[in-house]
Ligand binder design. Structure first.
Ligand SMILES: *Cc1c(COP(=O)(O)O)cnc(C)c1O
Length: 376
């Protein structure tokens, strides 16, 4: 963080840190905010938030880094960053449509912590810890150690499975957040995966560049680079999350040859306006991150207040496609409730289809005809 910004930090956030201390992941994690008492020193908590803070942590722990808190406007009760990390009492209500395991991952678990759903790629859950906990977490059953299940990844069993399955060419490391593991531990996991010749691509899904950019050090990046090709999917939901520190962290990753894509969750009151989605995409591109997926919010317990209607999501995509750089338009997907994987949701562009050809509509609503191919 630059010195001018550091000096503007309120003392309650700074907690006596020197600028050098603030800029380390160790200090940020040790001084994370975990309860109503600590949070009330930096935010004016509403009655609803205070009530939620008393019990929400029993389902999904409360944890927010001083870094992320410093981006929240303490005087704006509806701050889009605040809504993602401070529980509200709506979180305590489980709606009938909600599922403990919203994407049906448990039934595709082929070894503890290893999910094999698609023909050629797998998901490996490496840890149940995150730098900060998002209140809409899709894996709240496993994450943070307070939910109904515990994650006990069996790395030996997972590696044995992968050695035996030559059809798998892509491993996505997630959790929790794999970048919370110490460098040496993550290096060891990546090294064992790289020892399996048919694994072409490794990927890491992380929110660390946003929640804890101090963790992205030249040493970490140099280690990750040795496991190339390694793609990183950054979970980012709002343009204000992409502050100067996050931009530095993302830039360091790209400069080490790690291609970056984003994953965002469409959240009511956070990023469900077209102007927000456009600025998010433009900020991501400035940070050299390709917007990859926009997720319809999963049916995780206690998340109804975050969910939007799919028709609203389709309108957002229609408002982006053609109106801004193609690179800036993510693929809108719903992870099928109960299992089945990601299903793309696209505004219709084929208006009519017959023996002559296709009637198509462009981004301005004008119609065009494209003929069927001649039979050969
Ligand atoms: C999302 C996901 C993947 C990776 O999917 P891509 O569409 O290739 O990014 C792999 N396995 C599981 C179980 C997933 O949920």
């Amino acid at each position: 963080m630059n010195t001018a910004d550091f000096e503007k930090l309120p003392p309650a956030l700074r907690q006596g840190a020197s600028q050098d201390e603030w800029d380390t992941a160790v200090w940020q994690l040790r001084h994370s905010f975990r309860n109503a008492e600590q949070l009330s020193r930096v935010l004016h908590l509403s009655d609803d938030e205070q009530c939620a803070l008393r019990t929400a942590g029993q389902r999904l722990a409360i944890r927010i880094t001083p870094h992320f808190l410093s981006l929240i406007d303490p005087d704006a009760p509806d701050d889009p960053l605040r809504l993602q990390v401070i529980p509200r009492s709506a979180e305590l209500t489980r709606s009938p449509e909600e599922l403990t395991d919203p994407c049906g991952e448990e039934k595709d678990m082929v070894a503890p912590g290893l999910v094999h759903r698609y023909p050629d790629r797998v998901l490996l859950l490496c840890t149940d810890r995150c730098a900060s906990y998002c209140r809409y977490c899709t894996r709240s059953r496993l994450v943070s150690g307070t939910g109904s299940r515990r994650l006990h990844t069996d790395f030996d069993a997972a590696l044995a499975y992968l050695r035996d399955h030559r059809d798998v060419r892509d491993v996505l490391l997630s959790g929790g957040d794999p970048l919370l593991l110490p460098d040496a531990r993550l290096d060891a996991i990546l090294t064992s995966l790289r020892a399996i010749p048919h694994l072409e691509l490794l990927r890491i899904g992380t929110r660390v560049p946003i929640m804890l950019p101090q963790r992205i050090t030249p040493q970490l990046c140099a280690m990750l680079r040795r496991h190339s090709p390694l793609f990183i999917s950054v979970h980012c939901n709002h343009p204000r999350e992409l502050c100067a520190d996050a931009e530095r962290a993302l830039g360091l990753l790209v400069d080490h040859g790690l291609p970056l894509g984003s994953q965002s969750v469409l959240l009511r009151g956070v990023n469900d306006k077209l102007s927000t989605q456009l600025s998010l995409s433009h900020r991501l591109l400035q940070c050299r991150v390709k917007p990859y997926y926009l997720y319809q919010c999963d049916l995780a317990p206690g998340t109804r207040h975050f969910r939007t209607d799919i028709r609203d999501g389709l309108r957002l995509i229609a408002g982006m496609r053609g109106h801004t750089s193609g690179y800036g338009v993510p693929l809108y997907v719903v992870d099928a409730p109960g299992g089945g994987g990601k299903i793309p949701l696209n505004p219709d562009t084929i208006v009519q289809q017959d023996e002559q050809g296709f009637r198509l509509v462009n981004y301005r609503g004008r119609h065009y005809h494209y003929p069927v191919a001649p039979r050969s």
